[in-house]
Design a protein around this ligand. Structure first.
Ligand code: CMP
Length: 137
């Protein structure tokens, strides 16, 4: 069974749509193997997004991700990684298909409501970043 990491970002948490977004995952047949609401530190956000640290948007991304709490979840199911990415829609909400999470809840490429792992290799790294094995059940 495949697992992937989801983050409901500070913009969506502030809009009080956590339940609506988690419902999208469950309604699509994904199971929530773990979930928690946390406030990232600057060091957390810099480490999590280290792959982007040379990109021009890195500092804004880190500041945004620590601007309020996030909800991190492990989603489990058949093709969980690809299914989550389909549910999220394109990174830029203006390019996201109607009915996707970003089309419905995101305002901009920075405040884009959700993050999802982009490969199975990264999913494992990202899950390990946030969760201990005993939290996955
Ligand atoms: P996420 O899937 O969390 O991965 C990195 C984030 O950087 C991305 O979503 C966007 O919110 C943000 N970002 C800002 N500008 C860009 C950009 N030009 N290309 C990709 N991601 C960007």
């Amino acid at each position: 069974m495949e697992q992937t990491l989801s983050i409901i970002k500070p913009d969506a948490v502030a809009k009080n749509v956590v339940g609506k977004i988690l419902d999208r995952f469950e309604s699509a047949g994904l199971r929530i193997a773990a979930t928690k609401k946390i406030q990232l530190s600057k060091a957390d956000a810099q480490a999590f997004y280290a792959v982007h640290n040379q990109r021009p948007f890195f500092n804004d991304l880190v500041e945004f991700m620590i601007s309020g709490p996030v909800v991190v979840s492990v989603l489990e199911g058949e093709n969980a990684m690809a299914k989550n990415r389909e549910l999220m829609g394109a990174t830029n909400p203006q390019e996201a298909e109607p009915g996707t999470i970003r089309a419905d809840f995101a305002d901009s490429i920075d405040a884009n409501a959700v993050h999802g792992s982009d490969s199975l290799e990264n999913a494992k790294i990202e899950i390990d970043f946030f969760f201990a094995q005993r939290e996955l059940c």
